[in-house]
Every structure is written in structure tokens, then in C-alpha cells.
Design a protein around this ligand. Structure first.
Ligand SMILES: Cc1ncc(COP(=O)(O)O)c(C=O)c1O
Length: 347
């Protein structure tokens, strides 16, 4: 960052590059509520194609894409199953319940992964008039609050097999699906193939200022388009934003591996100062979780004073995220600063 501050609070803090801004300025636009914005249409088709789904819908946020995706499958009073720290359960401010009448039940996994045994025990596709019926399951890949963990492909395949024939639908929150691809080499389409709908974010690691895309079957996306407008999310010459997304897909996917190396650098430096705080081998992508116990708020304040921005995401848990605006030198400097703070800290 030009201010000298290294911002590791989230990968949403990136600013558009000048090349991205140029692509935005050059965008061909039209009224998207009429379906006439060629750049939005191109983005929706491109993302649907990349993920191997029929159709796409460009939304202002990942939260909206999730609300529309889950809402496509879960009727009011039915339930969604997800991991306890899933973004849909923790960070969408109750939207699924408040807007679509969805009940949510959660399983717990330390790495945020699919727990097939728990899911088999919980899922009740046709619970009759006495209990809530399960209509959908959401899996987050990578899992943000579990530390950027990747869902093993085989687990997703097994989940698909478990729900086949039950009527239960699968939605993937793929806000960071390209990070999963960068970490494992599994193509995003190979992750998406097991899911009825997938939301992806262009505004996280890919560095676009705004935007997500929901993909799925054409009829579900058509219904989601109605709901997007109903919720006030219809937009007009949104091609200027879609152009940023297309630019990001063309230029910022390959480089995600650098963010993963940088996250590992930070974790290594911190572990060298205090191995109880982080296990560098647990860092799979661009997110590092530090377990700093009851000093989390103080640690964040001290880091801020030293020019490194971080955030508390759970009891005693500090999260660091690398991204487009964090260079290898920034990562090293941030790791050294945070290690010094931890080293100086009374145990
Ligand atoms: C896993 C995950 N899903 C969804 C979202 C929602 O994205 P937005 O902030 O665009 O609503 C986020 C945001 O950080 C996220 O981490």
C-alpha cells in the first residue's frame, strides 16, 4: 500500500489496478435490467462456462449471490445445512432467514470441511409435518473462517453421492474457488460439477472492486434474476463493473499462487517466534489464522500501531489474508513485525 501500511484484514481491500480501471473505462454498456449490457452478459456467460453450468447472474456481492442461490432451493420453513463457521451462517447477517425464511442447522469441523457422517445424521429430506425438512446443503470452498482450507475433491464427490436421489440440493459458496484451484490444481469446473449452484466472488483474491456471479441451471438463474430485482439488486450500465471482473479473470487468476506463498512466509516467520500460535503446515491458501488466546484485541492494536492491519474473527483468533496489494516484501515485513510483537509478549 502506498501509505506504508500493510493491510491483511481481508482480500476485499484491494484497489483496482490502472489496467483494470482502463478496461472499466472502455467497457461497452447497456441497461442490464433489460438484459442489454453486453459486458455483463459476457461476464455471466464466461463464468458459467468456466464452472460448467448453464447460466450465470452477476450480483453486487457474494452475500447476495448466496442468498439467491440458497433461495433457489430452500422454501420458507425448510432448512439449509452448513458448517458452523460458514459465511452463510455467520456473516450474512441472517439474510437467509430474514429474506427467504430459511432455517439453518450446522455441523462442526475444525477445518471447515464436509463431515459426511454428521450430514447423514442431520439430513432429513422429507421430515413430514413434525420436523423441518432439509432442502439444501452449502459447502464453502475455500473456507474463510476455518483458515482458507480447501475442500478435498473426494469429499465433495462423496457428498454428491450421499444426496443423490434425496431431492436435497447442493450450493457451493465458492467466494475463493480460484484459490482452491491454485492450491490443488483441481479445475474450478471439477469442483462445481457436484453442485446445483455455485457463487463465486470477483472482489476477493481476484482484485475486482465489486461483484460476484451465481451459476446454476437456466431456470433457477432466471428465478434468481427476478429475486435480485425484487431485493433492489437490479442494475443498469453495470458493464463498467463486469469489465473489472472480466479483467480479473484474465489477469489475476494465475498470480493467486503468489498470495499462497506470501501467506506461508508470514506463518513461517510467526511460527519461528512462537510455534504455539500457528502451524504453517495448516496454511493451505491465502489465509492465516493465529491463535493468540485472550490477547487478540491487544495484538491487533499493537499490529495496527506498527503498520500491519489484521482482524479478530473468533475467540482468540486473529486472521491475516494476503492479496494482490501485498507483495512478497510486504509479507516478509508483516511477518517480521507480527513475530516481534508476539516475541515481546509475556506468555
Ligand atoms: C466465504 C465467503 N462467502 C461469501 C462472502 C460474501 O461476499 P461479500 O462481502 O461480497 O458479500 C465472503 C466475504 O468475505 C466470504 O468470505
Amino acid at each position: 500500500m502506498s501509505s506504508g501500511v500493510i493491510d491483511l484484514r481481508s482480500d476485499t481491500v484491494t484497489r483496482p489496478t490502472s489496467a483494470m480501471l482502463a478496461a472499466m473505462a472502455a467497457a461497452d454498456t447497456g441497461d442490464d435490467v433489460y438484459g442489454e449490457d453486453p459486458t455483463v452478459n459476457a461476464l455471466e456467460e464466461r463464468v458459467a462456462d468456466l464452472l460448467g453450468h448453464q447460466a450465470g447472474l452477476f450480483t453486487v456481492t457474494g452475500s447476495l449471490a448466496n442468498v439467491l442461490g440458497v433461495g433457489a432451493w430452500v422454501r420458507p420453513g425448510q432448512e439449509l445445512l452448513c458448517e458452523a463457521r460458514a459465511h452463510v451462517a455467520r456473516a450474512e447477517l441472517g439474510a437467509h432467514a430474514a429474506v427467504r425464511g430459511v432455517t439453518t442447522r450446522t455441523w462442526w469441523d475444525v477445518r471447515g470441511r464436509v463431515d459426511l457422517e454428521a450430514i447423514r445424521w442431520m439430513m432429513a429430506p422429507d421430515a413430514g409435518p413434525y420436523l423441518v425438512s432439509t432442502a439444501a446443503i452449502t459447502v464453502e470452498n475455500t473456507h474463510n473462517f476455518a483458515g482458507g482450507t480447501v475442500q478435498p475433491w473426494e469429499d465433495l464427490q462423496a457428498l454428491r453421492t450421499a444426496v443423490d436421489g434425496t431431492g436435497i440440493r447442493l450450493h457451493m459458496d465458492g467466494a475463493r474457488i480460484w484459490n482452491a484451484q491454485a492450491a490443488t490444481g483441481v479445475d474450478v469446473a471439477d469442483y462445481a460439477t457436484f453442485f446445483d449452484s455455485v457463487s463465486v466472488c470477483l472482489s476477493k483474491g481476484l482484485g475486482a472492486p465489486v461483484g460476484s456471479v451465481l451459476v446454476g441451471p437456466a431456470d433457477a438463474i432466471a428465478e434468481a434474476r427476478v429475486w435480485r430485482k425484487r431485493l433492489g439488486g437490479g442494475w443498469r450500465q453495470a458493464g463498467v463493473l463486469a469489465a473489472a471482473g472480466l479483467y480479473a479473470l484474465g489477469h489475476h487468476v494465475e498470480r493467486l499462487a503468489e498470495d499462497h506463498v506470501n501467506a506461508r512466509t508470514i506463518a513461517d516467520l510467526i511460527a519461528a517466534a512462537d510455534a504455539s500460535v500457528v502451524d504453517p503446515d495448516a496454511v493451505e491458501t491465502n489465509i492465516v489464522l493465529l491463535d493468540v488466546g485472550d490477547r487478540a484485541e491487544r495484538f491487533v492494536a499493537e499490529a495496527r500501531a506498527a503498520g500491519v492491519l489484521t482482524g479478530v474473527v473468533g475467540p482468540g483468533v486473529v486472521r491475516l489474508i494476503t492479496h494482490l496489494d501485498v507483495s512478497a516484501a510486504d509479507a516478509r515485513k508483516a511477518g517480521e513485525i507480527l513475530a516481534t510483537i508476539l516475541h515481546a509478549r509475556p506468555k
